[in-house]
Design a protein around this ligand. Sequence first.
Ligand code: ADP
Length: 325
Amino acid sequence: MSSENNSNTVTEEPLHCPGPESEDAGTGDACNSCNYQQTCSSNNNLPKVEDPDIQLIKDNLSNIKNKILVLSGKGGVGKSTFSTLLAFLLSSDPDLNIGLLDLDITGPSIPKMIGTMSDTSNAQLHMTSNGLIPNYVQDNLATISIQYLLPNIDDAIIWKSAKKETMIKKFLKDTLWSDLDFLIIDTPPGTSDEHILINKLLNKTQSVTGAILITTPQEVSLNDVRKEINFCQKVGIKIMGLVENMAGFVCKNCNRKTDIFKATTGGGESLCKEFNIPYWGKVPLDPRLGVCCDQGESFVDLYPESEATLCLVDIVENLMDQCEL
Ligand code: ADP
């Protein structure tokens, strides 16, 4: 249902509109005050035609054991960094096969962080008659990102929803992922088209294993995470755990710990208690981590004894407990 502000005969769609294709179209709480309620309700009675891509996605993802969404309400809290660290750490076990899907269509940063992009050039993907070959960082770690499909590394991606949907479907149905133990899906911030779409597609095919929420200890970030929790509850995504990133910084010179992003309202731990979500711990601010992201190097391999790596090892244990292997 589109909203066109220039027409006085068309009202804006209500907040929390379930969407005309949803099973709740015309019956959601928000529908009561909407001019299109009747249209949506009558559409809902029509026989539903299954999207033919659903079966293709289902077939293509049938050999992936665990599909993990990495979510945050806010940008800049370390979601892509965490997805990259998780991919590196999981793939340090040669018996595991890992895929990393960069769903941030407009601001992809995985290729840089995972080391498949220099200042001037991108890794390129190869299209074969059987599908798209992902980029292999190492034998057991494959990545896909819109960045690999751009002719120039600095090209801006300004796309409407339909085009984003085509691209996300392509990543899911045309990528030759092979047998994976984990597909880590790095999402853009918020609860936008990409989240709704990936959840719809994965739920109709084989459900998402669950989501990991990333936040900083600050209330401005926690506030957005509450919306993310609400989103997960509404669409039925299991929240596996919450990770507090950028939690504390220890000065190398004086050894004093400073909470740069102060937990003024109790931080991630109290949020987890409030919503009964597993709390998976704190990853501290570590300037070496930022450098590794810029240089596309594996922080967990370079600094295995760092507090951040030790915290990540615990997180992986928590994750494994909830996954099929
Ligand atoms: P998001 O994906 O949530 O937008 P990013 O992963 O791009 O956030 O992280 C934002 C910036 O913060 C990056 O420059 C990254 O290197 C840096 N960063 C993230 N986590 C840490 C950390 N724990 N310590 C130091 N720098 C970090």
